[in-house]
Design a protein around this ligand. Structure first.
Ligand code: CP
Length: 305
């Protein structure tokens, strides 16, 4: 059966653990190598990944491109607006056609249903590169970064400061699968749906104050409150500001707590410079780990893990 990576549940806890172990081992094995040099075993030699972007990206685009190259394969990167897909060709037809040319398809779109439809009609693995509903590849990198910091996943308290968005939905899903608690502090009107909280399988909850979320937390996470390039939504920003991650809030977490942000960031809004550039921040390894985690996602999709 073709393996699609649309949400973390598609893989499940055992496969996620295997991917994280593989990512750490492969990252260690090629430390210091030029970025474009393939891994010694080049396990996806001859494979091609097509990437479709309906939305802007820096990290997802470049990290997937380098991931397939380091695994010995190649990529084709397309903006949906320059494809017939962007001019009315159906997802079903696009999926069937691309399946004849490439070995896997990654798509970033504002419409989660498009990824589901792509997987329905493609005969090759389909990977979710972010939708309005979830961002599983980002969370694989976050989990890898947490493990690298020396923390085990089961029993962790992860605090989320922000609105109920796609990234939070995948963190809650990860908590349910990997046995850690997710406490989200969200203002009224910006809370996650009940369905997203249910992804946490009883380990996710929503609270009303930032302080309640971070007390005793091991990991503090936030995300941009206003999408990059959008005119600032002043009403939303005003509601969100009490949830800004600053040094005082970090001090309320465990002393060895770490800070994550998937980037891009609006410094001075969701997080202060002192925190994002401070000693507890793991944002640069988190960003790099997109590359390492996605190599393992690709290997899992091809049945190698
Ligand atoms: N975090 C993330 O998905 O970054 P990009 O939007 O740059 O891909």
């Amino acid at each position: 059966m073709t393996r699609h990576f649309i949400d973390l549940t598609d893989a499940g806890p055992d496969a996620i653990a295997a991917m994280l172990n593989d990512a750490m081992a492969r990252k260690t094995a090629r430390a210091g190598w030029p970025k474009g040099k393939p891994d010694a075993d080049a396990p996806l030699a001859g494979h091609t990944l097509a990437m479709i972007f309906e939305k802007n990206s820096t990290r997802t685009r470049v990290s997937f491109d380098m991931a397939i190259r380091q695994l010995g394969g190649t990529s084709i990167v397309m903006d949906a607006g320059s494809m017939q897909l962007g001019r009315g060709e159906s997802i079903a037809d696009t999926a069937r056609v691309l399946s004849g040319y490439v070995d896997a398809i990654m798509i970033r779109t504002d419409d989660h249903q498009k990824v589901i439809d792509m997987a329905k009609y493609a005969s090759v693995p389909v990977i979710n590169g972010l939708t309005d509903a979830s961002h599983p590849c980002q969370i694989m990198a976050d989990l890898l970064t947490i493990l690298e910091s020396g923390k085990a996943l089961p029993g962790l308290k992860v605090a989320w400061l922000g609105d109920g968005n796609n990234v939070l939905a995948s963190i809650m899903e990860a908590g349910g699968l990997m046995q850690f608690d997710v406490v989200a502090a969200c203002p009224q009107g910006y809370q996650p749906s009940d369905a997203d909280v249910a992804r946490g399988r009883g380990r996710a909850r929503v609270v009303g104050t930032a302080r309640e979320a971070v007390e005793g937390a091991d990991i503090i996470v936030t995300d941009t409150w206003i999408s990059m390039g959008q005119a600032h939504a002043e009403t939303k920003l005003k509601a969100m500001m009490p949830f800004q991650v600053d040094e005082a809030l970090m001090a309320a977490a465990k002393p060895d707590a770490r800070f994550l942000h998937c980037l891009p960031a609006h410094r001075g809004e969701e997080v202060t410079d002192a925190v994002i550039d401070g000693p507890q921040s793991l944002i640069w390894p988190e960003a790099e780990n997109r590359l390492h985690a996605q190599k393992s996602v690709l290997r899992w999709c091809f049945g190698q893990l």
